[in-house]
Design a protein around this ligand. Structure first.
Ligand SMILES: Nc1ncnc2c1ncn2[C@@H]1O[C@H](COP(=O)(O)OP(=O)(O)O)[C@@H](O)[C@H]1O
Ligand SMILES: CC(C)(COP(=O)(O)O)[C@@H](O)C(=O)NCCC(=O)O
Length: 412
């Protein structure tokens, strides 16, 4: 049963005054019902992602008061919260290396206080925060020490699948293709969603065959992912941040460094095996034959080649795995993508090229927040009140569809 269905089922079933009958948005009763947070967190190798309902100083969620004020919080590392889902469910990200900033952010928003802010709570009860990603293990003690909260670990692949299924079933304009500079939203038929391949390009890359809700298998992965782009980019150029690298890559020309088929074949196509003269024969291959030092290459060109190499490679491995399991649809998520046109174009072209047009790359609006959203939906299992919380979130997704039509969420 998807979340939307559950909303209406519960609306009809529940006569205990917790849900306003006939309303598409169940009303949350403010009662102390255990210490569960309004926050879910995904702590990855590069970034920490937060999904939360903001709250007022009296302890209520802003959302409970139907607040319409847009909240944009600049964070010390320069990232900005994205506010979508009808300006209600909020998103924020921090570099994992700046976990202290993230903890301060949670404290400043009082997201660590559970529901019982300014109310009497059963003593000794700790706020539980759903957390996924490796950092849920690595930083559990730090969260306990600094915020007095308990991180409840949710399995990372399970969260990615739950988040992707939630988005694909709930948000109308979630999945889109990118070709020839055009973004085209796809209408997803809920009855025809499975199976698909979910490729999450984070620090590393996971490829998951998804057969249904909670039915999945991680079929492959590659260590050449977003972390590789950022790590190698930092080593090869003077850039320090991902944004700088992306920005530089706009002005670059990969052909200065990549060895093309034409470079090897005297300017000609290698038509017999379907390779145009402009196809990359060897990423960074020109650097082997030229007597040039690293400093003599423009950082713009280096970043462009690097971005192309990694995107191409992920696209190709993804296609091979789709082929292995007979999957036609491949959804790409993870913050490596960042709604960046060159990245999406390269991945799309790679999938199209290798599949001879049989398979299609699709991207997700909430690319980097899939895991955190999946963890958030995990509250549903936990307690009835939070269950309504998640359900309200899904009902608001539909209300907020128009807000998403403007394009990808850009978190910085
Ligand atoms: N502001 C940013 N800071 C660092 N890396 C970023 C940023 N935006 C996008 N990225 C890219 O996204 C990758 C992390 O993606 P993400 O899905 O958050 O994975 P993880 O869970 O491993 O942190 C980074 O390795 C980098 O390539
Ligand atoms: C270990 C990970 C699941 C961690 O997730 P991440 O923080 O990168 O999002 C991921 O980095 C990964 O799948 N790496 C590829 C490992 C491999 O299959 O070779």
């Amino acid at each position: 049963m998807d979340l939307k269905t559950e909303v209406s089922t519960r609306c009809n079933d529940n006569n205990q005054g917790k849900v306003e009958r006939g309303s598409s948005t169940p009303i949350l009763q403010r009662e102390c019902h255990g210490q569960i947070s309004h926050l879910a967190i995904d702590i990855g190798g590069s970034l920490i992602k937060l999904v939360y309902f903001p709250r007022d100083s009296d302890g209520s969620s802003k959302d409970d008061k139907c607040s319409t004020s847009r909240e944009r919080n600049s964070i010390s590392n320069g990232d900005i919260n994205s506010s979508i889902f009808g300006e209600r469910l909020r998103f924020a990200k921090f570099e994992t290396s700046k976990i202290g900033d993230c903890i301060e952010f949670i404290r400043s928003k009082q997201l660590h206080l559970g529901r019982c802010l300014h109310q009497e709570c059963p003593s000794g009860e700790k706020t539980i925060i759903k957390a996924t990603g490796g950092g849920a293990f690595k930083f559990a003690d730090l969260f306990n020490e600094k915020l007095g909260v308990s991180l409840e670990k949710e399995e990372e692949m399970q969260c990615l699948v739950a988040g992707a299924n939630f988005l694909l079933k709930t948000v109308q304009q979630e999945a889109f293709t990118y070709a020839d500079g055009q973004k085209e939203f796809m209408q997803i038929d809920h009855n025809d969603l499975f199976p698909y391949l979910l490729v999450n390009i984070g620090s590393g890359v996971s490829m998951i065959k998804v057969d249904g809700d909670g039915k999945f298998e991680r079929v492959s992965g590659t260590s050449v992912g977003g972390g590789t782009f950022l790590g190698l980019g930092r080593l090869l150029t003077k850039c320090k941040s991902f944004d700088e690298l992306l920005e530089l890559s706009h002005q670059g020309n990969n052909r200065v460094i990549d060895m093309l088929v034409g470079d090897i074949y005297g300017g000609q196509d290698y038509s017999k095996i379907g390779l145009a003269s402009t196809a990359i024969a060897s990423s960074f291959g020109k650097a082997i034959s030229e007597d040039r030092e690293l400093e003599e290459y423009k950082p713009e060109d280096i970043t462009r080649s690097l971005l192309r190499m990694i995107s191409n490679n992920v696209g190709q491995i993804s296609y091979l795995n789709a082929l292995r399991y007979g999957l036609k649809r491949i959804f790409f998520g993870g913050f490596f993508i960042r709604g960046h046109t060159y990245t999406m174009d390269t991945i799309s072209v790679a999938v199209k090229f290798w599949s001879k047009g049989e398979a299609q790359a699709m991207f997700l609006q909430h690319e980097g927040f899939i895991g955190a959203l999946g963890a958030f939906t995990g509250y549903k299992k936990h307690d009835h009140e939070q269950d309504q919380f998640v359900q309200r979130c899904s009902s608001k997704v539909s209300c907020a569809d128009n807000n998403l039509s403007g394009g990808t969420i850009k978190s910085s």
